[in-house]
Design a protein around this ligand. Sequence first.
Ligand SMILES: NC(=O)c1ccc[n+]([C@@H]2O[C@H](COP(=O)([O-])OP(=O)(O)OC[C@H]3O[C@@H](n4cnc5c(N)ncnc54)[C@H](O)[C@@H]3O)[C@@H](O)[C@H]2O)c1
Ligand SMILES: O=C(CO)[C@@H](O)[C@H](O)[C@H](O)[C@H](O)COP(=O)(O)O
Ligand SMILES: [Co+2]
Length: 429
Amino acid sequence: MGLQTVVAQPPQAVRHAVAIPSEYAEGAEHGLSRRIIANRFEEETRNMMDKLGHWTLRTSQDVEIEVSETPRLLDPANPRLAQIPGGGEESGTRLVIVDEHVEEIFGQRIREYFSTRGAQVSYLTLPAGDEHKTIDNVLRIASRFNEIGTERTGTPPIVMGGGVVQDVAGLAATLYRRGIPYVRVPTTLLGQIDGSVSAKNGVNFEGFRNRLGTFNPPPVTLIDRTLIASLPERQVQSGLGEALKMALIKDAELFRLLEEYGPDLVSERLQDTGPRTSGPEAGRQVMHRAITGMAEELEKNLWERDLLRIVDYGHTFSPAVEMRALPDLLHGEAVAMGCLFCAVISAHRGLLSQEDLDRIVGCVRRMGLHPSHPMFSDVALLRKGLADTVRHRGGAQHLTLLTDIGQTVFVEDLTDSEIDGAAHWMGAL
Ligand SMILES: NC(=O)c1ccc[n+]([C@@H]2O[C@H](COP(=O)([O-])OP(=O)(O)OC[C@H]3O[C@@H](n4cnc5c(N)ncnc54)[C@H](O)[C@@H]3O)[C@@H](O)[C@H]2O)c1
Ligand SMILES: O=C(CO)[C@@H](O)[C@H](O)[C@H](O)[C@H](O)COP(=O)(O)O
Ligand SMILES: [Co+2]
């Protein structure tokens, strides 16, 4: 039966062109009104549908993500790191994935830990840095899973390192056998306060940040704050860039801590060892407040069904800048600049006071971060970056701006001239 498209007068429920078989269309030639033809077609289709099978599968998934502070994680007396999430039995060799600096600093302790505990493990070291957040490295991990016989559930890999190795290994775990559990041990400040509660993984692709990735939260993430004591200052500052984001969008007290203790947090690597911060335990508070804020935001929207996300603050223009500047700008450095850029737009709109804007610039500087980079004055790059972010946000700007420190509003009407104004301001810093 040939099909021919006839634009019928839509009956109540039919609002568009209906494909009507040719014998009905022929009826039109015999003077039947299009309305009658369409009704007859609908009725016959309905009769036929009664005899056709129809299946709808509805399911939901309970997800529990444990993020636990675990002191003395590498002490062989502490069983936590070797445990199988959910308490299952270990049934073969587990892959321990680290990056090259983690290997350098902790490799020996990690080996001692597993050998003392008699755990069957194999090691894989990946190159460090965002430029190695690639699909090739995902495949390297998958090959090692094959080599050592990684199972569906009994041999969950353990990933120790910063956000890069977490993202790469997380994607490998989600692809392998269509998804295996793994244990996440973040060893950077950024990884501990931001990536630690995230369900996302990903790799950069064709010059775009996190263009390939999935949602696959590991069941267990273990945080030992002492592991970040060996971080270079610059990496601590970069991590504080994400803490600043969290402070600006929802936690004025966190902002106050960053403002007051910024330099100490950096020099002490949040260990609360110095005379000034050991009293109020600024390091512990900053870490706890940042994780709590992120967990609150992600728990209600883990799969990002809602693309209005305040945690994307500072991540609107920064992805384009960060990728163009690679490897010169670290993720948290670009995010801090992205936060400031949107604070400037907020102030130019009269949403944020000049005094608050000055406090934000001061805070960024106190944490040892640069408030700007020449690329944040590159108007063409910023506009292109926004266009791609809009595609990422389902075609809307969904731009978070500040109305106060710790208070936000979404806008959808940012103009090119506002971008130009903020870019000019950043260039004058
Ligand atoms: N999936 C998510 O939700 C999520 C969240 C935040 C960030 N990220 C991603 O994370 C990446 C940034 O993470 P990052 O800042 O941790 O960078 P990173 O992973 O590159 O680590 C930074 C550097 O610190 C080194 N290092 C790691 N632990 C160390 C330690 N304890 N002592 C000394 N050196 C150590 C690493 O080898 C690396 O050279 C970005 O690609 C970002 O997109 C992902
Ligand atoms: O950088 C990241 C995740 O990579 C987080 O800090 C952040 O909170 C958000 O998840 C990002 O804004 C969105 O990341 P993405 O969807 O662009 O990968
Ligand atoms: Co980020």
